[in-house]
Design a protein around this ligand. Structure first.
Ligand SMILES: Cc1cc2nc3c(=O)[nH]c(=O)nc-3n(C[C@H](O)[C@H](O)[C@H](O)COP(=O)(O)OP(=O)(O)OC[C@H]3O[C@@H](n4cnc5c(N)ncnc54)[C@H](O)[C@@H]3O)c2cc1C
Ligand code: SF4
Ligand code: SF4
Length: 503
């Protein structure tokens, strides 16, 4: 197979040709026998006053800076969106030494897995559900955010506004498939397939199985002998892309002797490393697939847990603690996973212990912080037997980090920009919608929204949201006609100009 790197598919044309800009070759036309689109996803945007201020980031850009480039772009971060991406990014920010002032989620509960939500809560991040962003405030850059509680209709509740000092706001409100090329190819009758996020938004492990399945289907479309797609792949894909399931009340150890692992993992999710890692096979997920919650088998089998802590370090949700009653049953030790350097513990060597929901249980002495094992250290505390099994984490940022200003800051948003390329404002588009316009193409013709270099990738979804806000039903609205090109490209690429001259 030939792999073309640094090459971008720009468009599909009605005659079945795909336009590609290929490194060192310039623009070329390809006529594929079959097309497999695995172009991933793009992040959704939100409209609010201040959404274009420097310091408002999408989660992908923020994660690239922090995780790949090792840049700390923020001191005080506020997160909008409680899906897995927002929750995980919050944890990465804490690891990078950034204080996370808070996270808001407009729904009554975070949509991400509960272990990811709890991971943030039990490190001391305030999580505000049923809240939305009213504005991000600042003159030249982000200085604060103003949020408000919402009612059942998601409208902000007057009087509930609160503002928090922050220098960065992370928008993590979901992803849209990058499927323009796929949809256009289907429209023009090509043999086309979509895999991974371009097909359905899920996680990386699901994208791998989706890719395997579509690869077989694509090979078959090319006339290859493939055999059927294995049922196991289809089933695994279904499991891996499933949302979090039922939440069960936390199970606490029934006995106070020996060493007991405690699972702060109360929701059905596709995850099972804890059940694979125990050298004594004392942890099991007793459901038909890996989505059940873990259980400790030591008591029913009368086999002692050795306290090796492998289950503590193996859990990606940091959701296993060990309570060791052997030396003092009244004041056992609690071992927790810890993925920070010890500067996060402060000099006092006593930590504020939190439960699954982030409620403070007390301040307890640190006995030891072990060297890292595969990136995870073990933090050992001593705590009274009555609270020890409930300890799920320790606060790693100042107590007052989530304290709001005494009065809220408001920014009026008449001129919020919807189309960044052509600087078209909410006011202009709302006026057209209020005047009866129901056609996105008409809005484009009148205001130039969506006519810019990006091809309407961000503003198209935002304009649809303004229609919904005005009460227009989906059936009334004519969406914009998708035309090539789908990817920004310097004009010189078509003239065969290369390198710096291409623009
Ligand atoms: C901020 C963020 C954090 C995430 N964190 C996690 C996580 O912690 N764990 C997890 O499991 N999942 C996570 N995900 C989800 C995960 O990244 C995706 O599910 C996974 O990458 C999807 O794989 P894919 O191959 O479908 O797409 P991608 O990995 O996005 O790959 C798509 C590729 O297509 C290329 N491409 C796009 N358009 C074109 C074009 N026109 N021509 C040629 N090439 C093109 C892109 O450059 C890219 O290389 C996260 C997603 C985001 C956005
Ligand atoms: S601490 Fe070790 S022995 Fe005990 S349950 Fe965990 S992995 Fe098994
Ligand atoms: S490894 Fe086990 S305890 Fe940890 S999140 Fe997965 S299922 Fe839950």
């Amino acid at each position: 197979m030939e792999l073309w790197r640094r090459s971008t598919a720009l468009a599909v044309y009605s005659d079945g040709i795909v336009g590609v800009v290929r490194a060192a070759h310039g623009y070329i036309n390809v006529r594929p026998q079959a097309l497999l689109v695995a172009a991933g996803a793009r992040e959704k945007s939100l409209l609010f006053p201040g959404h274009t201020l420097p310091g408002v980031y999408g989660a992908g850009a923020f994660q690239t800076l922090v995780n790949r480039d090792r840049v700390r772009p923020s001191e005080r971060l506020f997160i909008v969106g409680g899906g897995n991406v927002g929750l995980i990014t919050g944890y990465h920010a804490l690891q990078a030494g950034i204080d996370v002032v808070g996270l808001i989620e407009i729904l009554p509960a975070c949509g991400g897995y509960k272990v990811h939500r709890d991971k943030l809560a039990r490190l001391g991040v305030p999580i505000h559900t049923s809240h939305t962003v009213l504005s991000v405030n600042g003159t030249r850059e982000v200085e604060s955010i103003t949020i408000a509680a919402v009612g059942p209709d998601f409208a902000p509740l007057p009087g509930s506004e609160r503002s928090y000092a922050c220098d960065t706001v992370l928008i993590a409100v979901g992803l849209d498939p990058v499927d323009e090329i796929y949809r256009q190819a289907k429209r023009f009758g090509l043999s086309a397939f979509a895999a991974g996020d371009a097909d359905e938004i899920a996680e990386a492990s699901a994208a791998i199985f989706s890719g395997r399945i579509r690869a077989v289907e694509t090979a078959r479309a090319l006339g290859k002998e493939t055999g059927p797609v294995p049922d196991g792949w289809v089933r695994t894909l279904e499991i891996l892309k499933s949302a979090g399931g039922a939440v069960f009340p936390p199970e606490r150890p029934p006995a106070h002797r020996g060493v007991l692992p405690v699972f702060h993992c109360a929701q059905e999710i596709p995850c099972d490393p804890c059940s694979q890692i125990c050298p004594q096979s004392l942890i099991a997920i007793r459901t038909a697939d890996i989505r059940g919650t873990p259980a400790f088998l030591g008591i029913e089998r009368d086999v002692e847990c050795t306290g090796c802590a492998r289950c503590v370090t193996a859990c990606p949700g940091l959701a296993v603690s060990l309570v060791d009653y052997r030396s003092d049953p009244e004041s056992p030790t609690v071992t927790l996973p810890f993925e920070f350097d010890d500067s996060r513990l402060g000099s006092a060597r006593a930590v504020t212990a939190l439960d699954d929901e982030g409620e403070v249980l007390g301040v307890y002495p640190v006995l030891e912080l072990s060297a890292r094992r595969e990136g995870t250290s073990l933090l050992r505390l001593q705590a009274p037997a009555a609270v020890a099994p409930r300890i799920a984490g320790v606060r790693v940022q100042p107590d007052d980090v989530g304290t709001p200003f005494s009065s809220s800051v408001s920014t009026i948003g008449d001129e919020i920009v919807v189309c960044r390329c052509e600087r078209v404002t909410v006011r202009e588009i709302r006026a057209l919608i209020a005047g009866g316009c129901r056609d996105v193409n008409e809005i484009k013709a009148v205001t130039r929204a969506g006519m810019g270099a990006c091809g309407g990738k961000t503003c198209a979804a935002l304009i649809l949201r303004l229609f919904r806000e005005a009460g227009a039903s989906a059936e009334e609205i004519t969406e914009n006609v998708r035309r090539p090109l789908f990817v920004e490209i310097p004009l010189g690429a078509f003239a065969g100009v290369e390198g710096d001259e291409v623009g």
